[in-house]
Design a protein. Structure first.
Length: 182
């Protein structure tokens, strides 16, 4: 081995360990940032109690499901879109299947499109609040119960709720792939 190769190997090893550590800490780090900044506050049941339904307008909600590239799961929304009135209580379900031969723990991270619609989603119940453990071959239906705040900007007629599942118990690649099952 040439003299410079040992140093290069050491640098690459440190870089690989750092990438693994970052990938492993990504989901908890995301939730900590959300907690500090007030984004994705989780269950906001008290905000939903006296919500008035705005029957004067409709909003199309689209649902999307993604999984981290390294996670051997299938994940899809039961419905792709629905029209709702702002203030209306809505429940939708997602279906997830562990296609591996071992139990795996995953955590769903939500995102919204457009981003300015995030504040209008008031989730009451969501599988994204806690890690999900699926046994080998297990399929599970997971509900999301929420209200779209009537204060949603009037020019928003279509809003997307998207989830990406990450494995929380081990190394996972950071690139997500969209699940296009119907």
């Amino acid at each position: 081995m040439q003299p410079g190769n040992g140093k290069m190997l050491a640098k690459l090893t440190v870089a690989a360990v750092a990438m693994f550590g970052f990938g492993f800490a990504l989901v908890p780090f995301y939730y900590k940032i959300c907690e500090v900044t007030g984004i994705n506050k989780g269950a906001e049941q008290s905000l939903v109690k006296n919500t008035q339904v705005d029957t004067s307008r409709w909003v199309t909600l689209e649902f999307d499901a993604n999984i981290n590239e390294a996670l051997p799961w299938r994940f899809r929304p039961e419905i792709r879109s629905i029209k709702v009135h702002p203030g209306q209580l809505v429940q939708v379900e997602y279906e997830v299947t562990n296609t591996s031969d071992a139990p795996i723990v995953g955590q769903a991270v939500p995102s919204y499109g457009p981003a300015r619609a995030a504040a209008a989603f008031k989730k009451i119940e969501c599988f994204c609040f806690t890690p999900q453990t699926l046994a080998a071959g297990e399929t599970r239906r997971m509900p999301v119960l929420f209200v779209l705040d009537p204060a949603l900007e009037a020019d928003l007629h279509t809003v997307t709720l998207s989830y990406t599942f990450f494995e929380t118990g081990g190394q996972a690649k950071t690139q997500a792939r969209s699940v296009k099952e119907g």
